[in-house]
Design a binder for this molecule. Structure first.
Ligand code: SF4
Length: 327
């Protein structure tokens, strides 16, 4: 499957052979509520002949997204209750999340921020909101780390990203800037030397955390994009989401972790899926996740062991590895 442009409408998906014409009306209903974007790199990876393709499952909309369960919530991890100023989440004492942009290169069908991102929302923080967020970080000396998230901050132009990094770089007590992104895998051409230069802030350490959920996302082009970042002195970590029908078996999960390590990326988090609206068809149980982690540990190198975590509005991120057994 090839396409030279990002697919954004259900009709684009039908035209590209990723959905049948009979499904068009159903997909239009999903598109009224949730954004769609599938980059050329991801479109090329999808096997349209496979009804269970793990890449299609992550990016091609499904009418099941309109089935909202009683325990699902628009803000499943409680960002809003920890937001002292717009665009900023201060949940843990030593770090904040700065939600710079509300757009992404791809829109994942299981996204926990799906109600806050996408077309129709402001694309980036306004200058005033950003200034207020930077002022908050400057005033709180306990903030050691700033996590740029969104949306996906690497959809910004190098010039805009560099401007934000410069402002963060001027805050003496901030030592670490962490960038959460899917771009190196889903749109590797964006990782230009200018964008890599923009990742650096004088006197600070930048980490890039790549979100990917299946080893097929780590193509040679993605590996090369990550290599450009790492070769510039920016270490990379990986985070993944445990997703039914995508990576919920030990072989697939182990291959994903190996693919990260082979790209010089250290597996960091495996997230239990948050309870965002319309995502039940992706959900495994915690017990299934713990069994997978146990199997991963017996079969794969220590380098391939992420920390299995669940996010809760009250307690934040809680490791649920294999020591606790709950059904
Ligand atoms: S890239 Fe991240 S923020 Fe964007 S849709 Fe996917 S999971 Fe959500």
């Amino acid at each position: 499957m090839t396409s030279s442009r990002t697919l954004r409408r259900p009709a684009d998906l039908v035209e590209a052979g990723l959905a049948s014409f009979e499904r068009l009306a159903d997909l239009e209903r999903v598109a009224e509520r949730y954004a769609i974007a599938i980059t050329p790199a991801m479109t090329a990876l999808i096997d349209a002949a496979d009804a269970h393709d793990p890449l299609a499952r992550q990016f091609v909309p499904d009418p099941a997204e309109l089935e909202v369960k009683p325990d699902e919530a628009a803000d499943p991890i409680g960002d809003d209750m920890h937001s002292p100023v717009a665009g900023l989440v201060h949940r843990y004492p030593d770090r904040v999340l700065l939600k710079l942009v509300n757009v992404c290169a791809v829109y994942c069908r299981f996204c926990f921020r799906r109600e806050m991102i996408g077309p129709g929302k402001p694309t980036m923080l306004s200058e005033q909101v950003l200034a207020d967020a930077i002022a908050y970080i400057s005033a709180h000396r306990e903030i050691w780390e700033v996590i740029l998230s969104g949306g996906d901050p690497l959809v910004l132009s190098p010039r805009r990203l560099a401007a934000v990094m410069k402002r963060l770089g001027a805050i003496e007590h901030v030592k670490i800037i962490r960038v959460h992104t899917r771009v190196p895998a889903v749109d590797p051409r964006r990782i230009t030397s200018a964008l890599v230069r923009a990742l650096k802030a004088s006197g600070k350490t930048t980490y890039v955390v790549l979100h990917a959920n299946h080893s097929r996302e780590l193509t040679p082009a993605a590996g090369a994009a990550c290599g450009r970042i790492i070769d510039a002195g920016v270490p990379m970590l990986a985070q993944s989401v445990l997703l039914k029908g995508v990576n919920d078996d030990v072989d697939t999960l182990g291959e994903l972790m190996r693919a990260f390590v082979e790209c010089r990326i250290r597996p960091y988090y495996l997230h239990h899926l948050d309870r965002a609206p319309g995502t039940a068809h992706f959900r495994t149980t915690v017990a299934e996740g713990q069994d997978l982690m146990r199997a991963l540990r017996t079969r794969f190198s220590g380098l391939c062991q992420p920390s299995y975590v669940i996010d809760t509005p009250g307690e934040g991120k809680v490791p649920i590895g294999t020591c606790v057994r709950s059904k």
